[in-house]
Design a protein. Structure first.
Length: 232
């Protein structure tokens, strides 16, 4: 089965509606996708109600105190600001998978590598098609996943429906249902399909990164990753 495992909607910082995302996934001949909006499962819940042919994995991109974690297979939102280990435990408590997104890409609120080595993660996102210089970082991410002994997955990190399915994960799964799909990912029954998104979409994302409303949070998170958080 062919899945894009990292997709955003206008429930967080994408400008594309859930319906636009689902239609794009169908055009790309995906079997399913994970809706992983920032700090909400609202987009995933809407997709579950609206999707017909597509298999929707409910998810969330959780903003922890140390960086972002993809939660696959969760139906209740995890709040932002948790410690990374607390978020992973919360994901597992719902029967979900904790995935490290874009782990070696700077300025994308990634978890520190030293922390990645200590967390009980379930997979590593080795290719993110919206990332600038995607193939360069993919090679680094693959080496990291091999070093950690974790399954590899890929996703578009789409913030516009035009990029849905640019990267995808082929999941070798026999049974039906969410548990079977998540179990196959955790067991490493995955292959990745990769195509870098067009630069027009990458530029759009970077401009969003620099928007005044987003810049203070991202600058703060980058500072904390470099120098640590205050203890007061």
């Amino acid at each position: 089965m062919k899945f894009d495992l990292h997709v955003h909607t206008n429930w967080s910082d994408s400008r594309s509606s859930v319906q636009q995302v689902l239609e794009a996934a169908s055009r790309k001949a995906l079997d399913g996708l994970a809706i992983t909006d920032h700090n909400t499962v609202g987009g995933a819940q809407e997709a579950l109600r609206s999707a017909q042919r597509l298999f929707v994995i409910p998810g969330e991109e959780v903003e922890t105190r140390q960086g972002e974690i993809l939660a696959l297979g969760v139906e209740e939102p995890l709040p932002p600001g948790l410690e990374a280990r607390e978020a992973v435990d919360g994901i597992h408590g719902q029967g979900g998978l904790a995935v490290a997104p874009h782990p070696t890409v700077p300025l994308l609120n990634t978890l520190p590598i030293s922390l990645l080595r200590s967390l009980p993660l379930d997979a590593v996102e080795v290719f993110s098609s919206i990332t600038p210089l995607a193939w360069r970082y993919a090679r680094r991410n693959m080496r990291l996943a091999e070093d950690l002994g974790l399954p590899m997955v890929a996703g578009s990190d789409s913030h516009h429906h035009g990029t849905v399915g640019d990267a995808y994960t082929l999941i070798d799964v026999d049974a039906q249902g969410l548990d079977a799909v998540l179990g196959a990912i955790k067991a490493g029954k995955t292959k990745i399909g990769c195509a870098s998104s067009k630069w027009t979409y990458k530029l759009h994302m970077l401009l969003g990164f620099l928007e005044p409303s987003a810049a203070p949070r991202r600058a703060r998170n980058a500072f904390f990753r470099l120098y640590g958080r205050p203890t007061w």
